[in-house]
Design a protein around this ligand. Structure first.
Ligand SMILES: NC(=O)c1ccc[n+]([C@@H]2O[C@H](COP(=O)([O-])OP(=O)(O)OC[C@H]3O[C@@H](n4cnc5c(N)ncnc54)[C@H](OP(=O)(O)O)[C@@H]3O)[C@@H](O)[C@H]2O)c1
Length: 274
């Protein structure tokens, strides 16, 4: 399949998510978020990933407004923070107020909070029925968390957003998601920039005459994993979307798959969440 910036994946409820999105974690409140998101939208990204805990929803909303791009042409994701499980409806309403919009495209549970996640999912199902979000999903769910949720969910999560890169290639989780119609989304696709000097990656980047970051993002796309790189620099925001003019051979894809070393950038190990 020919991949382009417009390539989407169809979620299990029929809605379409652009395969490439723009991440906003650690973009500072105010100017930095507004400029980066506006730059991404002007360059052609149509999918923005944020979260309540990033404290930049209002700035993302501003950038969307200032871009002049109709709201319905942008896929907007935000996430329910761990402290808000007691009232997800209120939390989502507050996010919508900050964005200045009346729906998000995807509402994700940010972490599988022990003792709360199943009840919270029921409320998220209601928010979905009320059309406050076009799809609902989860983040950081391991195989164990997903199986538990699938045991009681009326609405199957549309997405599981987890840390995913060749350095943490979670094959079994990916297969479980695929078998249940759950789209995998990979966060920290660049290993937060910490794996860009990996010798094997540098060698491959040289072979394709591409940047290491571009190889990592292309690898995710060819696996049909939604990928959401973040950058605060306009040139990198551009570089990270210049990944549609080459293809990694299947032999090199297999080689990259074999780079797994369970490398985690996140401080919280989801496997440790009871
Ligand atoms: N659901 C979750 O729990 C969760 C957790 C973490 C992240 N996320 C989402 O996933 C998104 C992406 O993950 P992430 O932000 O952790 O990490 P990432 O996208 O893997 O890496 C971002 C880092 O790489 C640098 N970078 C970006 N493009 C580059 C390039 N072309 N060349 C060299 N360096 C480059 C950035 O620096 P500059 O900004 O200085 O350019 C930044 O330091 C987040 O922004 C967020 O939306 C979700």
């Amino acid at each position: 399949m020919q991949l382009t910036l417009d390539t989407t994946r169809t979620l299990n409820n029929g809605i379409k998510i652009p395969l490439l999105g723009f991440g906003t974690y650690k973009l500072a409140q105010g100017k930095e978020t507004q400029e980066a998101v506006l730059a991404a939208l002007k360059l052609g990204y149509r999918h923005i990933d944020t979260a309540t805990i990033y404290l930049n929803e209002a700035d993302v909303g501003n950038a969307i407004k200032n871009s002049g791009i109709p709201r319905k042409e942008i896929f907007l994701t935000t996430k329910l923070w761990n402290d808000d499980h007691d009232d997800p409806a209120k939390a989502l309403q507050e996010s919508l107020r900050k964005f200045g919009t009346d729906y998000v495209d995807l509402y994700l549970m940010h972490w599988p909070v022990t003792g709360k996640r199943l009840q919270t999912w029921k409320v998220m199902e209601q928010l979905y029925q009320q059309k406050k979000c076009r799809a609902i999903g989860v983040c950081n769910f391991t195989i164990r968390h997903l199986k538990e949720l699938l045991g009681s969910a009326k609405v199957i999560p549309a997405v599981n957003q987890v840390e995913f890169s060749p350095f943490w290639y979670r094959k079994e989780l990916r297969e479980l998601c695929e078998a249940n119609g759950i789209q995998l989304e990979g966060w920290s696709p660049l290993g937060r920039g910490r794996k860009l000097e990996d010798e094997r990656l540098l060698k491959l980047a040289k072979k394709y005459q591409k940047k290491p970051a571009q190889l990592l993002l292309r690898w995710a796309l060819q696996h049909e994993i939604v990928t959401i790189p973040k950058s605060s620099h306009a040139e990198r925001i551009r570089e990270n979307m210049q990944i549609f003019d080459f293809a990694i051979t299947s032999a090199d894809m297999k080689m990259m798959d074999s780079w797994n070393e369970d490398y985690r950038t996140g401080t919280l190990d989801p496997e440790g969440i009871p």
